[in-house]
Design a protein around this ligand. Sequence first.
Ligand code: CA
Ligand code: CA
Ligand code: CA
Ligand code: CA
Length: 250
Amino acid sequence: MLKRRWFALIGAAVMMLTGRAGAAGPLREVSREAGLDRVEARGAVRVDFDGDGSLDLMLFTQKGLALYRNQQGRFEEAGLPFGRGGDGVSAAAWGDFDRDGDPDLFTTSRDGASRLYRNDGGAFVDVAGRMGVGQGGGMAAAWGDFDGDGDLDLFCAGPRTANRLYRNEGSRGRFVEVGQEAGVAETRTTRVGAWGDYDHDGDPDLYLVDGSGLNQLLRNEGGAIHGRGRTGGRDRRGGRARGYVGRFRQ
Ligand SMILES: [Ca+2]
Ligand SMILES: [Ca+2]
Ligand SMILES: [Ca+2]
Ligand SMILES: [Ca+2]
């Protein structure tokens, strides 16, 4: 049963990536044509990791992370561009944190190792330590610009540590952990974190799926921890905002 669910998950991901639909209905099973019918995975992320314009697939397999390159609708396993860094990964999130146009990758694991691979023209360099996101493991990771300043911030959670929210300091080249100020630092058994603007007020809100079943929807209410006006990515003089943090309420 579990294996069947894995195949179904991959099939759905492939259809999203290839955009193929059958005449009998809006969706058609194409895993075999795509070369993924024998692949087992418990999770999938789509990303154009090689920048050729076609969405590729990153899978969470029993052996660790695996990347499948999209070759005109057929997927072929490509070696990980960061060596054996995919072993033991429990969560991974792609996002262009340095805004240079290519996707970078954050991974974390239960044992406390987190990595941030900066994409340098196809070479992935681990900069987690120097960027301030290497401490503590996790089960969930998600990129989102919660403070609206134009660069991606990082949410990372669990399993037995307080949820963390790393604000991207942009030009300063580091992340600062602001989970406590933002009101998301609760220690929970978070399994998944997902950003989305559910209330259509322009800022991303956060939905947390918890292992206990007590899921949380956290509304981003904005707010200025240093009292310099409202969150919006710009201060009153039109400059880049500093010291702002989104506040979250359940
Ligand atoms: Ca690609
Ligand atoms: Ca990048
Ligand atoms: Ca930001
Ligand atoms: Ca919102």
